[in-house]
Write a new protein. Structure first.
Length: 103
């Protein structure tokens, strides 16, 4: 049995949302999406993390559209292979990105 969506959202936001935060855009959007398949929510969070890391590498914000396009081209098929509803988003992200780096 997979985890409840609320638990998945809490887990994927734990590294960016702390008790002192008054507002977390990602968390609010994800709670808005409740009812969505947790797989979709986790993939959106992976794209967000990829956007952040890639923007840091390039020293400029690549934007959501470019991040989503790059993620789809480079990682979507790997994500499909790696995804397991019992794994946390951070474990899935590391496995997906790690598989591409290994090839």
């Amino acid at each position: 049995m997979s985890k409840p969506t609320k638990q998945v959202i809490e887990e994927i936001c734990e590294d960016c949302c702390h008790t002192h935060c008054q507002y977390c855009t990602a968390k609010q959007l994800l709670f808005w999406m409740i009812g969505q398949d947790p797989r979709n929510i986790i993939q959106i969070k992976c794209i967000e993390k990829y956007k952040y890391e890639r923007s840091e590498q390039l020293n400029h914000d690549i934007g959501w559209e470019d991040a989503a396009m790059e993620w789809t081209r480079l990682y979507a098929a790997i994500f499909a292979d790696v995804y397991n509803p019992d794994l946390s988003y951070s474990v899935i992200y590391k496995k997906v990105v790690g598989k591409l780096k290994q090839s």
